[in-house]
Design a protein. Structure first.
Ligand code: F6R
Length: 364
């Protein structure tokens, strides 16, 4: 049932404040502002963490890597599952591995899980479908509680995966003593505020996104740029746009632009720059400057502080509320998803069932 939405994808985008709150509530005790001790993986003892997943779940894992490394000082080895299992990565049996999958049935992710079990690693499944094969075979299950996701393009499962990975990373930091109790509390407080901020953003950007999507639907190629956790988000933005609108799109690390992709820039190539006002903002803006100098059309997605600080003329700026760094990837997912969705609606594609794609990929 789509309710009063045109597509399941739209309904699922708008469900995110509710489902992410549900997901976070499973790992965080909001009354005490503390992360519950996660059972199943002994984050205090493992020397490193491996992560394998496919598609959007892989991009959630990449953002998770930034968090586990920064907050819990835990080295993370991550790859797309179809490469992970054949790379013969030197993995210690004292390590643990996480497998992220909405469906819990993705063949390559399941094969990576079996491979790690065979090597003696402790395994954890970050899954939406609780009675799936990956959930059954893993030593520990970390549910993302997004509810059924019908649209082939993943939206709410992505932000719920992020919510769970953020909670696990903060839990790991607490277990490993890599952050002070105050720092942990501050992160937990930011996470607690996230669902409400998501609601606020969803209610405020729709009209603006529709205008931009109309413009985007005329493009043949779109570039997405970001730094830090906004880099995987740039790749997710490109993936979302290409899978439902069939417009060619690529996500790049903002700093990589000058090493090749800048050759693509002309006045017909929109460049979507994802830049919250974080530690990387000035660097990203200077990369944006390089695009502007070559006549590129820039759509800047930033926050209030970023909009005030960038003196550059973007052809359009989407301004979100200023939020703490740990929740920025979830909040900035919203304009990214809505932009892809509305562009596809303009193009008249089958948004919930894009050509050539299946919701669950059970062949390798
Ligand atoms: C993208 C998308 C796919 C899936 C990928 C993994 O919108 O939906 O890239 O993320 O096929 O699927 P799961 O998470 O079920 O393992």
């Amino acid at each position: 049932n789509k309710g009063n939405h045109r597509h399941f994808m739209e309904k699922e985008i708008y469900e995110q404040p509710e489902v992410t709150a549900h997901a976070l509530g499973h790992y965080i005790d909001f009354t005490q502002n503390r992360v519950d001790t996660v059972s199943g993986i002994d984050f205090a003892r493992i020397p490193s963490l491996a992560i394998a997943a496919c598609g959007t779940a892989y991009l959630a894992g990449l953002i998770g890597k930034y968090w586990f490394e920064r907050y819990a000082r835990l080295p993370v080895e991550i790859d797309v599952a179809s490469e992970f299992r054949y790379r013969e990565i030197p993995l210690s049996p004292r390590s643990a591995a996480l497998f992220i999958s909405q469906s819990g049935e993705t063949a390559d992710t399941l094969a990576s899980l079996r491979y790690c079990k065979g090597l003696g690693l402790k395994t954890g499944a970050v899954v939406n479908v609780g009675d799936s094969t990956i959930a059954r075979e893993a030593d520990a299950v970390f549910p993302i509680l997004a509810g059924p996701e019908i649209g082939v393009a993943s939206t709410k499962a992505f932000t719920c995966q992020l919510a769970v990975l953020a909670a696990l990373a903060v839990g790991a930091a607490r277990a490993r003593g890599t952050l002070s109790e105050d720092e942990v509390q501050a992160l937990v407080k930011s996470l607690a505020e996230m669902p409400r901020l998501m609601g606020q953003v969803l209610n405020s950007i729709q009209a603006e996104i529709e205008l931009l999507a109309r413009e985007l639907s005329k493009s043949h190629d779109v570039l997405y740029l970001g730094r830090g956790t906004s880099f995987p988000l740039a790749m997710e933005g490109a993936l979302k746009l290409k899978e439902i609108s069939y417009i060619h799109a690529e996500g790049y690390a903002a700093g990589e632009l000058k090493h090749g992709p800048i050759a693509l820039i002309d006045e017909n190539t929109p460049v979507i720059v994802i830049a919250p006002h974080d530690r990387f903002f000035d660097k990203t803006v200077s990369n944006m400057q390089e695009v502007a100098a070559r006549g590129g059309r820039i759509i800047l997605i930033t926050d209030e502080q970023g909009a005030a600080a960038s003196k550059l003329d973007a052809s359009h700026t989407i301004v979100l509320p200023a939020v703490d760094e740990i929740i920025a990837p979830m909040i900035f997912s919203l304009p990214i998803q809505l932009l892809a969705y509305n562009t596809a609606v303009f193009m008249g594609t089958d948004v919930d069932q894009p050509r050539n794609l299946a919701k669950s990929v059970t062949v390798e």
